[in-house]
Design a protein around this ligand. Structure first.
Ligand code: MTE
Length: 304
């Protein structure tokens, strides 16, 4: 896979995040702070990290023109154009398997039922590049709780759309389709595991996984599956797309780990899109304090 960088950004193209940042300043400015002082803090505010030290948000253009989405193309810069025609309405996500209550939910309904919050997370790709993205979404946990998982539910499997008509990359056997991913149930219930429907306060663009995708910020980006149509709770560890194709580079757990060299090379450093110097990759992508508990007592060799 080629690693290339988006071209320099013309001033005319930065409006979306400029508008967004201005709106944030109004929302979170002095007046809002005075009012907010006596408001109860939402519970997630304490739990989410926001912008980590040393990070700046990647621009709208960077986030939406440099995409991995093999259903359309392995060419990162071609994805935005190819994904533009994907029909997004109606779109439902089916929750089934080891649950007491199977159901299907429309994305509009999902957005109404689960308050969409800004969640700024790093995204670290196994290819060695990273971004910082202001997603809009909600924890996956309350959606799974609605289905009432049975005691046999140990893994959560996610399935992306299969649509050879619109996803032209699926006409080739570059990957086994549909793209699937999975987490342990504990990982899926972690508050950072997010179902994302937007970025920069706007609906998610098709190239970023519209209308609904997963974001698991402490894992390599391939775990953050796009354009989800089904969530299946299962008893045994399911096969997942990249793990089937190249298990040495794409482990099941795939927690960001700078100390572990994979087949494609060292993972100790990364290129933040938009920067020229390399950064040091952090264990768990910088979210270790919040997530290491998930792996306590687990042998390192068992969580590759
Ligand atoms: N989801 C699907 N359905 N298909 C894909 O090819 N690529 C993954 C992940 N989710 C992929 C996917 C990879 S390798 C990465 S790094 C991220 O999406 C990229 O997300 P982004 O394009 O929003 O930066």
């Amino acid at each position: 896979m080629l690693i290339c960088h988006p071209p320099a950004i013309a001033a005319s193209e930065i409006t979306p995040e400029a508008v967004y940042l201005a709106r944030r300043r109004v929302l979170f400015g002095a007046a809002a702070t005075a009012v907010a002082a006596w408001l109860p803090k939402p519970s997630w505010a304490a739990a989410l990290p926001g912008l980590l030290p040393g990070d700046r948000l990647n621009t709208w253009r960077e986030i939406t023109t440099y995409n991995n989405f093999y259903e359309f193309s392995p060419d990162k810069e071609a994805v935005a154009t190819l994904a533009g025609e994907l029909p997004l309405h109606p779109w439902t996500v089916k929750i089934s398997g080891e649950v007491e209550h199977e159901f299907e939910i429309g994305v509009d309904d999902l957005i109404r039922r689960f308050a969409q919050q800004e969640r700024i997370f790093r995204l670290r790709c196994v290819e060695g590049w990273s971004m910082v993205v202001p997603w809009l979404g909600a924890s996956l946990a309350p959606l799974l709780a609605l289905a009432r998982p049975t005691s046999r539910a140990r893994y959560v499997r996610f399935v992306a759309l299969l649509d050879r008509k619109h996803m032209i990359g699926q006409r080739r056997d570059s990957l086994p389709w549909p793209y699937t991913e999975a987490l342990t149930i504990a990982e899926a219930m972690h508050p950072y595991t997010t179902l994302v429907t937007g970025l920069y306060g706007k609906p998610l663009p098709p190239q970023n996984g519209a209308p609904v995708r997963l974001v698991v910020p402490w894992k390599y980006g391939f775990k953050s599956i796009k354009s989800i149509v089904a969530i299946d709770l299962v008893e045994t560890r399911p096969a997942t797309t990249w793990n089937l194709v190249a298990p040495d580079d794409y482990g099941f757990f795939a927690n960001v780990d700078p100390s572990r060299a994979l087949a494609r090379g060292s993972h100790s450093r990364e290129t933040r899109i938009g920067e020229s110097r390399k950064r040091r990759t952090e264990p768990f992508n910088g979210y270790g304090d919040a997530v290491t508990g998930l792996y306590q007592g687990m042998d390192e060799a068992d969580r590759l």
